[in-house]
Design a protein around this ligand. Sequence first.
Ligand code: 4NP
Length: 144
Amino acid sequence: MVCLGNICRSPLAEGILQSKVNDDKVFVDSAGTAAYHVGELPDKRSIEVARKYGIDLTNQRARKFTSKDFTEFDSIYAMDKENYHNILSLATDTSQTEKVKMILNETNPKQNLSVPDPYYGGDEGFENVYQMLDEACEIIAKKL
Ligand code: 4NP
């Protein structure tokens, strides 16, 4: 699960998907394309909205996406178009590019919609992001 800062959207996506799959069989992680927040906890508003739905994000710490992630993971979900292009710019072959998907194409196939960045907005933005990611992760979990 990849966004820009790895503190708002992708930590939620990681927590939500991990809550829907068997921990022993599926490893879910998240990262950011930028390094601004490396080592930090998720944003308080992400922690809060996840907690409301029984998901704990407090053992997550932000990290930057690296080209090694292409070999470690089977699927890479971008939260928005900018993340998608930044991830693809690090891919070296088609086996890597094929792993990269826009997460909202799970709920809205082929539309390439972006999860809105809630960082500069209010709490309602985080609730909205939670609901979008919950629907997308439900579909991903069923396919795994
Ligand atoms: P995220 O949100 O990409 O969903 O983690 C952001 C977090 C921090 C910043 C931008 C977006 N920032 O500019 O610091």
